[in-house]
Design a protein around this ligand. Structure first.
Ligand SMILES: Cc1cc2nc3c(=O)[nH]c(=O)nc-3n(C[C@H](O)[C@H](O)[C@H](O)COP(=O)(O)O)c2cc1C
Length: 526
């Protein structure tokens, strides 16, 4: 635990100094954003020909989206809408890909693997997803014989983030994993498939299932770290023992590409990764969730279009306001509902609670608000913050939405300052800081440290898509001054810490950037 706390303190940005990072960017050693396994056979997957006929509101409808067959075509849609490319951008000689899942600095540490039984058109085994090719590289063939679902496993390449962000990179890798988990959950929901986090699997088991424990298949110092395992489909997953036994004698193919010509070590990162290692057999502690009223309707736009059009705003127009009922809907989507993506994925009670800095919501005073996402958190947050906050209910707010005014105030300047002086935190409609419970990250469950970032990332992904559904845009903000926020809130940092910021508003589009369709390069060649 000392290692976890030490890492957390060392990776904080402060007004007077940033967390240790590289002094400048060494462009020669920039890691390749695309992992490849030369020697493994690549099967290209069909691209979406059109938008899928499921609109945003249907995802939250009690009737539910009709489950599609578990075919390769449908699995291809799942992967494209979660981890696939969404566009290419260019400026001058620079060209870079964007993906459906966002990533701090667009560095994309998260890799995806599909582990499936025999399907017409795809053999049973372990496959690595190639977002640039929208294809699957067959890493291992194995006699997996289950039915009713597939595994989607996520791994992380810490160096991709550390190259730019140094010590703080481990946090960003976990945020990105949370965004990717939510992205998988939404994409599965579009296909009518349940998705759940298999938190009972240990890190070593996920490493064995994905093959990232096969050190000889990776260049020295370029291994991947197991992150999370999701079961997608209507059936029940095989046990880890059964799945790994089938993999026992499997032949493996390919050798991972070299990502960087050289790398700089950041010893804090392997230290915190080891300290937060998760053993097997310890699942989440899902408490009963209170039933909540259905979300009111927000958009009839196809989900596949919203997902692919999602973009991080780099600047906001400073004038757009949001109707209060739309604001409430966005916050409502952050409350955990059992059958609603992405919260159906999680088997933990909510432990991350937004402090909302409201700038431009019609009919709502500008100021600091709190949204405890569980009834228990209300009293805990109350006790952990300044005693003079108002904790006032909002007259027109839906009764089930636990939104409280702490202080009416123009918080634009503070929001920007606290978010590493980024104007996007002030020029938006609202910005929020996510307070995560810290006092239960104990020596017996240190991996909860990682999972708190995942939950924060999932909140971020909800807001990204909710914003798009309301005609707005969002941006994740990983750069913020942790203790500046803590001190203004008068927060007991033994109990809670600020783990992530997010801002929502009307984006100003940078017209200097060129844009190309995500898979134009493939369609030209096909
Ligand atoms: C965890 C995380 C932290 C981020 N932090 C910042 C930030 O501090 N400032 C910023 O302008 N953008 C930030 N972003 C946005 C990324 O730069 C953006 O996701 C990336 O460039 C890819 O673009 P896209 O989201 O449009 O696909 C963050 C995104 C994530 C997921």
């Amino acid at each position: 635990m000392d290692l976890v706390r030490t890492y957390h303190e060392r990776s904080k940005h402060h007004l007077e100094r940033y967390a240790p990072g590289p002094d400048g960017l060494d462009w020669n050693s920039q890691p390749d954003p695309f992992r490849r396994y030369p020697g493994a056979r690549l099967s290209q997957l069909p691209l979406l020909a059109d938008e899928l006929p499921v609109c945003w509101d249907e995802l939250f409808d009690a009737v539910g989206v009709p489950p599609q067959a578990l075919t390769v075509d449908n699995i291809a849609h799942l992967l494209q809408l979660s981890l696939g490319l969404s566009a290419w951008k260019s400026y001058g000689d620079n060209r870079w890909a964007l993906r459906c899942n966002p990533s701090s600095g667009n560095l994309h540490p998260t890799e995806g693997y599909l582990i499936c039984p025999d399907l017409p058109g795809l053999g049973a085994g372990v496959h690595h997803y190639r977002p640039d090719q929208h294809g699957l590289e067959c890493r291992a063939t194995a006699p997996f014989a289950w039915a009713g679902g597939v595994f989607v496993a996520l791994t992380g390449i810490h160096w991709r983030e550390a190259w730019k962000y140094g010590v703080r990179a481990f946090r960003y890798c976990q945020h990105d994993c949370g965004h990717a988990l939510a992205a998988v959950s939404y994409a599965a929901a579009v296909m009518g498939w349940p998705a759940r986090l298999l938190s009972g699997w240990g890190d070593d088991e996920i490493a064995a299932l994905t093959g990232v424990n096969r050190a000889d298949d990776f260049p020295i110092d370029e291994t991947e770290t197991p992150e999370a395992l999701v079961w997608v489909g209507p059936g029940d997953p095989p046990t880890s023992g059964l799945a790994l036994a089938s993999l026992g004698a499997a032949p493996w193919f390919g050798f991972a590409n070299t990502l960087s010509s050289k790398r700089r070590d950041w010893p804090d990162i392997p230290a915190v990764a080891a300290a937060t290692h998760k053993p097997s057999g310890i699942a989440g502690l899902l408490a009963n969730r209170e039933p909540l009223p259905a979300l009111f309707q927000a958009s009839s736009v196809p989900v596949s279009r919203l997902i692919r059009a999602r973009r991080s705003a780099q600047a906001f127009d400073k004038i757009t306001t949001l109707a209060a009922h739309r604001f409430y809907r966005m916050l409502d989507a952050l409350l955990p509902r059992n059958c609603q993506p992405p919260w159906s994925l999680l088997d933990e009670k909510p432990c991350v609670h937004p402090i909302v800095f409201v700038h431009r919501v019609d009919g709502l005073e500008a100021g600091i608000y709190c949204l405890p996402r569980s009834p228990a958190a209300l009293s805990e947050l109350h006790a952990a913050m300044r005693p003079d906050w108002l904790w006032q209910r909002i007259p027109d707010c839906p009764a089930h939405l636990p939104l409280y005014l702490l202080a009416p105030l123009d918080v634009r300047a503070f929001a920007a300052t606290a978010s590493c002086h980024q104007d996007i935190a002030a020029d938006s409609v609202f910005m929020l800081a996510m307070l995560a419970r810290f006092d239960d990250i104990s020596p017996t469950r240190p991996w909860l440290y990682r999972q708190r970032f995942w939950e924060a990332g999932m909140l971020g992904q909800v807001l990204y898509l909710e914003a798009e559904a309301s005609g707005l845009q969002g941006t994740g903000i990983g750069c913020y001054f942790d203790d500046v926020v803590h001190s203004v809130l008068g927060l007991n940092t033994e109990r809670f810490q600020d783990l992530y910021h997010f801002t929502v508003g009307k984006a100003v589009i940078d017209t200097r950037l060129g844009s190309e369709a995500a898979y134009a390069h493939l369609e030209r060649g096909r």
